[in-house]
Design a binder for this molecule. Structure first.
Ligand SMILES: C[S@@+](CC[C@H](N)C(=O)[O-])C[C@H]1O[C@@H](n2cnc3c(N)ncnc32)[C@H](O)[C@@H]1O
Length: 185
């Protein structure tokens, strides 16, 4: 999908898409930095859009790791279907809010890492909190939520669901982005 098509989807559903262009490779690198690929068995990606992070995850994950990717937007989902074929990729056209049912449907264990690009600060508080609780409940004890946002001021929000919140930053993205890595261990 082109940058122009991404922009079109933004204007159709800007609160849900949350960005005017796909993330940069620099942000992608930051998002994948906390992942120990040799140990990860299950990775979940929420809100892949055009698949900037999906492509990197597929190229780095080990042969016995499963990647579950959940996208709500019709156009992005169909584009991802065309773009990516991999025996351990489970591409779902659905909502991150249904994470528990989706993982159960694949008979997969809890996730080692959940990468999220969801524009959570645009979501109504009840939806945001229920998604964060579903994420927490579907991570292994040492598991990590890796979430990017365009603002630094969300430590309290993530801290209400996770014991530890680490914030990283990259200026090499439009807009510049903050990467929140959250754990409960
Ligand atoms: C800011 S875009 C990020 C796209 C891509 N990961 C990137 O970084 O370029 C957010 C994505 O989340 C998707 N999204 C929004 N709400 C969602 C939900 N409830 N479940 C799954 N995906 C959702 C949007 O359709 C969009 O693709």
């Amino acid at each position: 999908m082109s940058k122009r098509s991404f922009l079109r989807e933004f204007f159709k559903a800007n609160r849900m898409v949350g960005s005017v262009i796909p993330s940069s490779r620099f942000l992608s690198k930051k998002m994948l930095q906390p992942i120990h690929f040799e140990q990860a068995k299950v990775i979940v990606e929420l809100g892949p859009g055009t698949g900037v992070f999906t492509k990197e995850l597929l190229s780095k994950m080990s042969a016995n790791c499963h990647l579950v990717v959940i996208e709500l937007n019709d156009a992005f989902f169909h584009d991802l279907q065309q773009k990516f074929q991999h025996p351990n990729l489970h591409l779902v056209h659905g909502s991150a809010g249904d994470l528990t049912t989706i993982l159960q449907g694949f008979n997969l264990a809890k996730a080692d890492y959940i990468l999220s690009s969801l524009p959570l600060s645009n979501f109504p508080a009840a939806l945001r909190n229920s998604i964060l609780e579903a994420i927490k409940g579907n991570l292994v004890a040492e598991g990590k939520l890796i979430q990017f946002q365009y603002t630094r001021g969300l430590k309290k929000l993530y801290g209400a669901h996770f014991k530890q919140v680490h914030i990283d930053y990259t200026a090499l993205n439009f807009p510049p982005a903050f990467v929140y890595t959250c754990t409960n261990s």
